[in-house]
Write a protein that binds this ligand. Structure first.
Ligand SMILES: [Zn+2]
Ligand SMILES: [Zn+2]
Length: 849
């Protein structure tokens, strides 16, 4: 057994840490040896931290080492290929390896969990023999330890598996005693999480089958929900069994009947009846309560009718064949699937994954944050059954850990999830698909600042798998790679069932202002088009990519605007909640009656957000049923889905919202999409502003005309001649790409150059200026041929979440040189004692604000 191990700890420090492996009897708790790729618990400063073992060796370090406290895994939790991927990420994104491991292993919940112990046959025997021979057999050991050991055995002898916390407090035995007993094999320790015993369950109420209890019930035919009608229970053997139910009981029974005889108890508790009513029904044998695993309880949503009978177009068929062949080859290959909105990319993904499953191998499908609704999950379950694991942001830490173990055990070979699902511990990986690969939610905006799309490509390369990046609006980087033959380009140029792309009309809002003499939110043209659709009972979506009521609160007397206390950002007025809110840090403030600066009463709410847009539309179309979809109305995935279901079911006429409405949904009744100020982003000082605008406009336009009737888009803008607007209106991706590529080339931006954003932040402005000056001078003195350095300059958001922010932008055609300079800079910052947390290095930054 090597004497030392190097541990990567989840702390913002770039090095690993050496600890002593206690030998012989001094082995850490549990009596097991650390393994590379397994986790250990170690003392670090004042805390105990879990880290991953990266090396075992006998090289004694010059400084004094502390011992490993506990070995958490007897076998590696990260296999060799994920270890390699983690090291690549740490290297490429200049992130501490321990923080990369923390991202790869969603197992934090396991530490907070109590383990359990159970007595063994040997332990029973030892206890029995000790009892037979009295105290003499016990005397060879030190008395206190021995007494405690037998106390534990006594306690466990009468019980099933007992949690560590309970056992310790009942017997006063400490961790050392329990470990000694485990070594003697008198008791066994159970890791509840990996044994799956601590699986979270939900209570489900089930109507008892009539055959089962020889009774049947019938709903009164007239009106099942009327308060007077009583539910009659008819005894199978005659009138004797007839049972009357009161209104509350009846309410539960009919709710359950409507839900097909099964409902989560939580849902029943939401009904306005006392909780005891359900217990009464259980006692009377009408309802049974069972526990079911809560893996991913598919909501009330029923799977959509058979999603797996696709009629493929020749283009789809071709794409599918190429992907299928590549996935079966066992060699690395990469594709960019460029398909217009509504061209049936999802059908291609799912069919390719199905082929992988049938070949007994694994596949991962990544989707953007908003893409995973319970409806999508229902479809996936229908296609892949129990073989699919769905990883979404709504999972608790514990559920995430459970899914992780399921995947690792090979029980789920199809993995669908957002960003971090790219690290799913599948074996025998054949295919990774990144849906909507251009989506910025794939970039993690905290350490490690990885891009899941790029990690997916690297993982596929390391695993010898196929990777497919799909989008209607590919990122410049990916399309450029396809042009350079790094990726094979697969095109789906047409919508399914020969549906046309929507007609797009650009409306110049400057013109509108000249003609009407005042600022319009909704142009006369858009209003007329909406009215027409409502008359025809068709549906409308209106996009305004800014939430809240009014984005600026302005004093007309002195010009003061309400600002966030923590950020250099205007507060947004939220009318319904009656407060001002910062959209960056969440800071809240009461709505001022007078100007806080000069006391004047002329406080105006300027501009329009989605809340105000909804109100305006209500005023214009009082008869229309209007829903709003933005971060204020959507608190969880279920809200999001409920709104979309209402739209699909024809219960809404107009859906207003932010970019949330633009993403991926397939609602057939929508024939008109209005865009109100979607070019807000064009004014931002970010080199990706045009690309983002083009993508948003194309995606939202793609929501129109997905059913029988053709769609139309009315695009209101103050920049009608901007190329992002023009090319989006013409559905011309190639045109946009060529033009944007030229601009990127002139400006030395990606895809021609790699960029890194180095941000210096801190609560004191003086400090930030000093640190950025220090780094600036170092960069001036240091030779950096082939690397352009811009800055230091105040970041566009000069203050955010209490921190002042200065930044440098580094660009280079050579990634190696760029990486080398950044590494040298971090070393210098370390020597100058600049805290690592004040310095953010963002490689391939997507957000330069
Ligand atoms: Zn004022
Ligand atoms: Zn703020």
């Amino acid at each position: 057994m090597p004497a030392f191990c190097d541990i990567a700890l989840p702390v913002p420090l770039d090095n690993t840490f050496t600890y002593r492996v206690p030998g012989g009897n001094g082995l850490p708790e549990g009596g097991v040896e650390p393994v590379i790729g397994g986790r250990v618990l170690v003392p670090f400063r004042e805390q105990r931290l879990s880290g991953v073992v990266v090396a075992l060796h006998d090289r004694e370090p010059s400084v004094k080492t502390k011992p490993v406290l506990q070995v958490l895994d007897t076998a590696p939790v990260l296999d060799e290929s994920l270890m390699r991927l983690a090291k690549w990420i740490a290297e490429y994104y200049l992130a501490p390896l321990g923080e990369v491991f923390r991202t790869l292993l969603p197992l934090a919940a396991e530490f907070r969990r109590t383990r359990a112990y159970r007595i063994t046959e040997t332990g029973q025997l030892a206890l029995h023999q000790a009892g037979m021979s009295g105290s003499s057999a016990r005397s060879r050991q030190e008395p206190l330890q021995q007494m405690l050991e037998f106390r534990v055995l006594d306690y466990l002898a009468e019980r099933e598996s007992t949690r560590e916390q309970v056992l310790k407090s009942a017997t006063h035995a400490d961790t050392r005693i329990l470990a000694a007993l485990v070594r003697k094999k008198w008791i066994t320790r159970e890791d509840l999480s990996s044994a799956g015993e601590a699986r979270r369950t939900v209570k489900v109420a089930v109507l008892r089958e009539p055959e089962e209890n020889t009774r049947s019930f019938e709903l009164p035919s007239a009106s099942p929900r009327s308060a007077e009608g009583s539910l009659r229970m008819t005894g199978g053997r005659g009138a004797a069994g007839t049972t009357k139910l009161n209104a509350n009981q009846q309410r539960i029974m009919s709710t359950m009947a409507e839900a097909g005889g099964r409902t989560r108890v939580d849902n029943l508790h939401e009904l306005p009846v006392p909780h005891t009513t359900l217990h009464t029904l259980v006692k009377r044998g009408l309802v049974e309560i069972i526990e079911e695993p809560a893996d991913f309880t598919v909501s009330a949503t029923k799977p959509r009718p058979s999603p797996f009978h696709f009629q493929f177009t020749p283009a789809q068929q071709n794409a599918l064949e190429q992907i299928r062949t590549a996935a079966a080859s066992g060699k690395y290959s990469s594709f960019l699937l460029h398909g217009v909105t509504g061209s049936g990319k999802t059908a291609v993904y799912l069919t390719a994954m199905h082929a992988v499953l049938q070949a007994g191998r694994s596949a991962i499908l990544l989707v953007p944050e908003i893409g995973l609704t319970p409806a999508v999950a229902a479809d996936l379950h229908q296609i892949f059954g129990d073989e699919v694991a769905i990883l979404h942001s709504g999972l608790t830490d514990r559920e995430r850990a459970e899914q992780w173990h399921r995947i690792r055990r090979g029980e789920a070979r199809m993995v669908v999830g957002t960003r971090s699902a790219v690290f799913a511990p599948v074996s025998n990986l054949a295919l990774i698909i990144v849906d909507e690969e251009h989506d910025s939610s794939y970039k993690q905006e905290e350490t490690p600042r990885y891009h899941a799309r790029d990690v997916a490509v690297m993982r596929a390369r390391m695993a010898g798998a196929a990777v497919v990046l799909g989008s209607a609006t590919p990122s410049l980087e990916s399309y450029f790679n396809a042009q350079k033959d790094k990726y094979t380009l697969l095109e789906l140029p047409d919508r399914v069932e020969q549906r046309p792309l929507p007609e797009v009309e650009i409306l110049d809002m400057k013109e509108e202002f000249r003609e009407t003499g005042h600022e319009q939110v909704i142009s006369r043209r858009l209003a007329a088009e909406i009215g027409e659709r409502l008359d025809r009972h068709e549906q409308v979506m209106v996009l305004l990519n800014r939430r809240g009521y009014a984005p600026v609160v302005l004093c007309r007397a002195c010009g003061h605007t309400a600002q966030c206390a923590n950020c250099a950002i205007s507060l947004t007025h939220h009318k319904r909640e009656h407060r001002l809110q910062c959209h960056y840090c969440g800071y809240l403030q009461a709505v001022p009656k007078v100007c806080e600066e000069c006391g004047s009463e002329y406080v105006y709410f300027v501009g329009t957000g989605s809340e105000k847009l909804e109100e305006l539309l209500h005023g214009m179309f009082p008869q229309a049923r209007i829903g709003r979809l933005d971060r204020d109305t959507v608190r969880g995935r279920h809200d999001f889905e409920r709104m979309l279901n209402q739209l699909s079911a024809g219960e809404l006429d107009i859906l207003v919202g932010t970019q949330m409405i633009a993403k991926g949904h397939d609602v057939h009744g929508v024939t008109l999409v209005g865009v109100v100020g979607a070019d807000i982003a064009l004014g931002l000082p970010d080199f990706r502003a045009a690309e983002r605008t083009f993508q948003l406009l194309t995606q939202v336009a793609g929501r129109a005309g997905r059913g029988e009737s053709p769609g139309k888009v009315v695009l209101q803008t103050c920049f009608p001649e901007h190329y992002a607007v023009q090319f989006a209106a013409a559905h011309d991706f190639r045109g946009f790409y060529d033009k944007e590529l030229r601009y990127r080339s002139w400006m030395h931006y990606p895809p021609f150059n790699a960029v890194a954003n180095v941000l210096v932040r801190g609560e004191k402005l003086d400090e930030v200026l000093k640190l950025s000056g220090l780094l600036g001078r170092w960069l001036e003195k240091t030779s950096h041929v082939g690397i352009r350095v811009l800055g230091p300059a105040a970041a566009p958001l000069t203050r955010l979440k209490r921190d002042y922010r200065y930044h440098f932008l580094l660009k280079s055609a050579s990634r190696e040189k760029l990486n080398g300079l950044l590494r040298a800079m971090l070393t210098y910052a370390g020597e100058q004692k600049i805290p690592r947390s004040n310095l953010i290095v963002d490689v391939d930054a997507v957000w330069l604000m």
